[in-house]
Design a protein. Structure first.
Length: 546
């Protein structure tokens, strides 16, 4: 392994190799004997050599054999690599405090795409520079967690700005001939434009890639919460590769899905759209103000677009790229008092030749904007007068519920729990209304609903989020009834936090089965290719706490 290519880039300080004196006011990492939950990797020379590569940490899972590291490290890991927790420099395999653990399989998000000739990238997919490895038992037949006595809890952070995060890693032999671990506890900020955290602390040379970022670290503790790993842009450091600037992808849905794959022992799914980085601008603090959402092809490119009405009355449009991403924000209306009275919206082709937007206002008036597009909301057509019985129309969603192509229908849930389907809608008229469900106590608990092509075929289905957090689909809706009901998610504590949702055609299969959800903390997720019996793959559009 003396001639082997390092798994991570050699980061150097301006003064050259060896310990550096911290600049005035700049934190400097402390070398110490390490922790059982963090170790490093060796190739065929074993842990008695001096060519350790990257850093890994023990993750608490049901299979008890999962190690966290960076994707740019795992890309080049061969079958002869071993993980050594809290390794001791110069000691052989049998003298290591917890033994050695052979790498069995590594799990890397297939959308992580290094730059040509490199294992790292400065592109958007650097947000995915996280990997997990499953390891075999040690020489004593112990699982990894049994040997070390614990594991770190994978945790999605509440934002990029953290008051205290401890980063533990193993600098390479060139800068750390004693083979000791380095630790530093510092605040973090966001790396602008990326879903990554940034810290300033000296001593993080090559070898520290993959180091866990722990929010509640204590020396000797066998538990803790890890929110990221050293990696990301340029392999986890700035363009100058200095030792005192380090980055880490903040764990989100992508990393959570990857960990689930590692625990299940299955490779991540292939064929996902390329990762294009932070999908929607503004951050979670702003997206808490996304009061209403609708989707339709408002730009005329045959791709679904996302329309948002904000709590301040502003209206913005995000053109979809057909790959799960969105283009630059287009402001249709600046903040105003009128649109703060919008209570429910849905997009569809209501008797016209292009998609429009239907709005139910707080006073019961309903209006249609048949010409809404990237240049503005266009003209207004009154569908119901103020103080009409549409005041009781709690939720609206559009879809081709009669199974035909072209003009869309409207499904309405009223405050008494009744459901009414309107077909043959045209400018100024709701066409024919058919009551599918009479007044009842069950449907009053339908907190959110959205029409979509969840069967993957023409026509429309309905996805309902109930007050207890459960999710149901109804396929085959028509004037004859609600069709077939299927449960996607049972009662739970997570989905009651879903505040707004809409469905549209946002990904490459060009089917209206992509579900967008805005959560109570502003995090916004896309569940690509959701079906009638299961949610699709979750992609983070706006990270929590951003």
């Amino acid at each position: 392994m003396a001639d082997a290519q390092p798994l991570d880039a050699a980061r150097t300080a301006p003064g050259g190799p060896g310990p550096q004196v911290a600049a005035a006011g700049r934190p400097q990492g402390t070398l110490f004997t390490g922790t059982p939950l963090v170790g490093t990797f060796f190739g065929s020379d074993g842990p008695s050599g001096t060519t350790w590569h990257c850093t890994g940490s023990v993750i608490d899972t049901s299979v008890r054999n999962v190690v966290l590291t960076a994707a740019h490290c795992a890309l080049n890991m061969k079958s002869d690599y071993v993980f050594v927790p809290q390794f001791v420099q110069g000691a052989g395999p049998d003298q290591q405090p917890y033994g050695i653990f052979h790498i069995q399989h590594v799990y890397i998000d297939p959308r992580y795409t290094p730059d040509k000739g490199s294992s790292t990238t400065k592109g958007p997919s650097s947000d995915l520079d996280t990997a997990f490895a499953r390891v075999s038992a040690n020489q004593k037949g112990q699982s990894l967690q049994d040997a070390v006595g614990g594991g770190l809890t994978f945790t999605r952070p509440g934002g990029y700005t953290q008051k205290n995060v401890t980063v533990v890693g193993y600098p390479s032999y060139q800068h750390n001939s004693a083979g000791r671990a380095v630790k530093c506890t510092v605040p973090t900020t966001q790396l602008p434009g990326y879903r990554q955290m940034s810290m300033t602390c000296g001593g993080y040379y090559g070898g520290t890639s993959g180091s866990p970022w722990i929010t509640d670290y204590r020396d000797g503790a066998l538990t803790g919460h890890v929110i990221g790993n050293l990696g990301g842009y340029n392999g986890g450091g700035n363009d100058a590769n200095v030792d005192y600037i380090s980055y880490a992808p903040a764990f989100g849905a992508d990393a959570a899905n990857l960990l689930a794959d590692a625990v299940a022992g299955q490779d991540p799914p292939s064929g996902l759209p390329p990762y294009t980085g932070l999908q929607l601008p503004g951050g979670a603090a702003r997206w808490k103000g996304a009061a209403l959402m609708a989707s339709a092809d408002y730009t005329g490119d045959r791709l679904g677009d996302l329309l948002v009405v904000w709590t301040d009355g502003g209206v913005t449009l995000y053109p979809g790229d057909g790959k799960g991403g969105f283009g630059a924000e287009k402001r249709l209306l600046k903040a105003n008092s009128t649109w703060t009275h919008a209570r429910s919206i849905t997009g569809g082709t209501f008797g016209g030749t292009r998609p429009g937007l239907l709005v139910r206002w707080s006073d019961g008036e309903v209006t249609l904007y048949p010409d809404l597009g990237a240049s503005g909301v266009g003209r207004e057509v009154q569908m119901a007068k103020p103080k009409s019985d549409w005041t009781n129309a709690v939720q609206l969603t559009a879809g081709q519920f009669h199974g035909a192509q072209g003009a869309t229908d409207l499904l309405v849930r009223r405050s008494d729990g009744s459901l009414v389907l309107y077909t043959g809608i045209r400018s100024g008229s709701f066409g024919t209304g058919k009551r599918l469900v009479g007044a009842n106590g069950t449907w009053t608990k339908a907190a959110l609903f959205s029409g979509g092509a969840f069967k993957g075929t023409s026509g429309a289905d309905l996805l309902v989020r109930w007050s207890d957090g459960s999710l149901d689909s109804y396929s085959g809706i028509s004037a004859a009834g609600l069709g077939t009901r299927s449960r996607l998610v049972g009662p739970n504590g997570t989905w009651p936090h879903a505040q707004v949702m809409t469905s549209g055609d946002f990904t490459a299969d060009h089917t209206g089965n992509d579900l967008v959800v805005r959560w109570s903390d502003g995090e916004t997720s896309l569940y690509a290719e959701t079906g009638t019996k299961s949610l699709g793959t979750e992609n983070t559009l706006v990270p929590s706490g951003s």
